[in-house]
Ligand binder design. Structure first.
Ligand code: TRP
Length: 452
């Protein structure tokens, strides 16, 4: 079938804008909060090597598939599937993505709210003179109470909605074009500060000198999960963004560049964090509390710590914001295009709905901590369902759709911009999509739900 035409749609205006928006989506709490502690728990450099291999082998092909579906379909995640596979049930993949968007938004805004609180704490010099135990208690008291975390969550979602209200060109592109370069500069400053601490080498060798005895199947699987989450794939975020990309832009390059930037920034976050952790003799395997407990401890001990604490938490807020808008946009684009709701109403509706779920998420660290399913809190259930079930399933269906359902000639046509671009490794891409990716993702998926 030929590429559908849909004139007058909002979209990105430049290649730089596309890169900032898509890299803004990919670079988030996943890179700066999650990546360092997962590396810390999984043995450092050996994990990093596997992670890099998986990004190249699976991450880039899945990302390219999503961009391709979106640009071919010229619609939101649901609409693109319905348009490209009329009369078939593939739109269910889009529905799954929209459900995952709500769940991820709910728990993402909980953590993002914490980062706002910590930005204010850094500003008001609240870490200074506190012992490690006192800083641990500070985090404990803050994140288990009800009122403050909820207020921050509402504020964070209001910021997200404020950008989304502006649309693609005057919202997403306009803000990410300013925020992303700023983020890179802040992160570089942080990395240089960390590298110039006495004792920094220990952190670097932890990050870059692989110990292969640490590799086992669990490390493999957590690397794949991290890669999906970090690259924003499996949920339709990049289908939605892909639909805003001009037909003249080269999707192949965008997928590669965004993946490279996302990976470099994760590594840079590691470079900013591990040397400091080692220089002050702290535990790299501390877990999810790493940045809220260990880092304030480091900041208040190091020269210039006040300044660097503010930079670090500002960086986190920016990273979280440019990601959360990409998740909210999945829902808003659906409401606008499929249910014909005007953008302002759709944004309000989606934000309030996500906040409603999100409130339970935030409270599950305190007031609702006894409401559990198995051993998981509400936060844990949402995180698990979205990240470990819906994302891999979504990724699986996306590669199957492009690898087996779409006609080879259509895929080639979209990737080559109608024959204008030369496709260099198309056969390899096709082979990975048809065979390697589905099998690899299926293995992870079955593992994460406990089937193998
Ligand atoms: N990639 C982002 C991060 O690393 C989070 C994110 C944004 C995401 N959009 C997504 C995760 C879509 C999964 C699916 O923090």
């Amino acid at each position: 079938m030929s590429a559908p035409e849909l004139g007058g749609r909002d979209g990105f205006t430049s290649k730089f804008g596309i890169l900032c928006a898509a890299a803004g989506s990919a670079v988030g709490l996943g890179n700066i909060w999650r990546f360092p502690y997962v590396v810390g728990e999984s043995g450092g450099a050996a994990f990093l090597l596997i992670y890099l291999g998986l990004v190249v082998l699976l991450g880039i092909p899945v990302m390219l598939s999503e961009l391709l579906i979106g640009r071919r379909g010229q619609r939101n995640a649901f609409g693109s599937f319905r348009l490209l596979a009329p009369g078939k049930k593939w739109w269910l993949v889009g529905v799954m993505g929209i459900a995952a968007a709500f769940m991820i938004l709910a728990f993402y805004s909980t953590i993002a709210g914490w980062t706002l609180e910590y930005l204010i704490k850094a500003f008001s010099n609240s870490f200074s003179g506190k012992s490690s135990d006192e800083l641990g208690a500070m985090f404990q008291v803050f994140h288990t109470q009800a009122f403050r975390p909820l207020v921050w969550q509402v504020i964070f979602m209001a910021m997200t909605a404020g950008i989304i209200l502006g649309g693609v060109r005057k919202g997403i592109e306009k803000y990410t074009k300013v925020l992303m370069p700023f983020l890179v500069v802040l992160l570089l400053i942080m990395a240089i500060r960390a590298l110039t601490l006495p004792g920094a080498m220990g952190g670097l060798s932890f990050l870059f000198k692989p110990d292969f005895s640490e590799i086992n199947s669990r490390v493999f699987l957590s690397a794949l999960g991290q890669a999906f989450f970090s690259l924003s794939i499996g949920m339709g975020t990049l289908i939605t963004y892909g639909s805003y990309i001009n037909k003249k832009n080269n999707l192949n390059n965008i997928a590669i560049e965004v993946s490279v930037v996302d990976t470099l920034i994760a590594i840079l976050a590691g470079v900013a964090i591990f040397p400091a952790v080692f220089a002050f003799g702290l535990d790299p395997a501390e877990g999810p509390g790493l940045i809220f407990h260990v880092l304030p401890n480091i900041f208040q001990q190091m020269p210039g710590g006040y300044f660097f604490a503010v930079i670090f938490f500002l960086l986190l807020v920016i990273a979280a914001l440019t990601s959360s808008i990409s998740i909210l946009e999945v829902v808003v684009a659906y409401l606008v295009e499929e249910l014909k709701i005007v953008r302002s109403k759709a944004t309000l509706l989606a934000t309030v709905a996500a906040l409603f779920v999100g409130l339970f998420c935030t409270l599950s660290f305190g007031a609702l901590k006894d409401v559990t399913l198995g051993s998981l809190s509400i936060f844990g259930v949402l995180d698990f369902t979205a990240s470990n079930i819906l994302l891999p399933l979504g990724g699986l269906f996306i590669v199957l759709f492009v690898g087996w359902y779409l006609k080879d000639s259509d895929v080639k046509d979209e990737l080559s911009n109608g024959g204008l671009l030369k496709l260099k490794i198309y056969r390899l891409f096709r082979f990975v999509l048809r065979f390697i990716a589905p099998v690899a993702i299926a293995i992870v998926f079955m593992h994460s739900i406990g089937l193998i």
